[in-house]
Design a protein around this ligand. Sequence first.
Ligand SMILES: NC(=O)c1ccc[n+]([C@@H]2O[C@H](COP(=O)([O-])OP(=O)(O)OC[C@H]3O[C@@H](n4cnc5c(N)ncnc54)[C@H](OP(=O)(O)O)[C@@H]3O)[C@@H](O)[C@H]2O)c1
Length: 256
Amino acid sequence: MSAALPFRLDGRRALITGSSRGIGLALAAALASSGAHVVLNARDTGRLESAALAMRSAGHTVAAVAFDVTNEVSVTTGFAAIEADHGPIDILVNNTGIHRRAPLVDMTLADWNAVLETNLTSAFLAGRSAARGMIARRAGKIINICSLMSDLARPTTGNYAAAKGGLRMLTRAMCAEWAHHNIQVNGLAPGYILTDLTAPLAADPKFNDWVKTRTPAARWGTPDDLAGACVFLASSASDFVNGQILVIDGGLSAVV
Ligand SMILES: NC(=O)c1ccc[n+]([C@@H]2O[C@H](COP(=O)([O-])OP(=O)(O)OC[C@H]3O[C@@H](n4cnc5c(N)ncnc54)[C@H](OP(=O)(O)O)[C@@H]3O)[C@@H](O)[C@H]2O)c1
């Protein structure tokens, strides 16, 4: 990699979990625009193929492999299929996430488990599979999509905040074990970003007003607001950055 072009990703393969829409799809497009061969992932094959088609129409090199990142066997076979068909994964973005909102006293164990499995266990499973190859090759980048709620909580988000706080610490644990193998593991922590996940919040006038008032930038973020930081963390520009969480929230967490 030329020092003059530290952000280029030519020749690298990137897997972005949960990338058929929203933040994952925007990050996939950003990595592809910087030269990476991108592998999209989600469960719904129809939506996944549409996303891949749209990216190909935009001139990107892209594959799509559907599997559920919460299932250990699916992750193992999914990684084996990707590496057999496309080659080793150099960059992994652990992006899948869901919400199941309820006050803790009313929360079902099923909703607790679903959020923990999708937002935290998935990163352990995919990270473990990716790291085995990265350790052997002595190179790799892992980017965990954390959240404002990796550090801050709100009522009705106990499962989500617990999972995202855990993901922040998993990022540091991965750094502790894998940094000496020349693997950089970092997190991106978005604030309020307009996607399908947050559409119900944006449709609530009171919540929408709160986000715009509470965010110093006075607006919702867009998935593209995360693109540059993701490319930075995937590229050789960040080769000595490890175990860090980069917050992208329009200033929300900096101001009371
Ligand atoms: N939007 C925000 O304001 C915000 C803020 C902070 C952090 N984040 C985090 O950013 C990430 C992306 O959020 P988003 O807003 O872009 O969400 P989104 O629009 O709901 O997209 C989620 C993606 O994940 C996939 N997915 C869900 N469960 C999966 C599973 N078990 N296996 C494989 N794929 C799965 C979905 O496709 P299928 O349903 O077809 O599987 C979809 O492609 C999440 O981790 C979220 O917590 C978002």
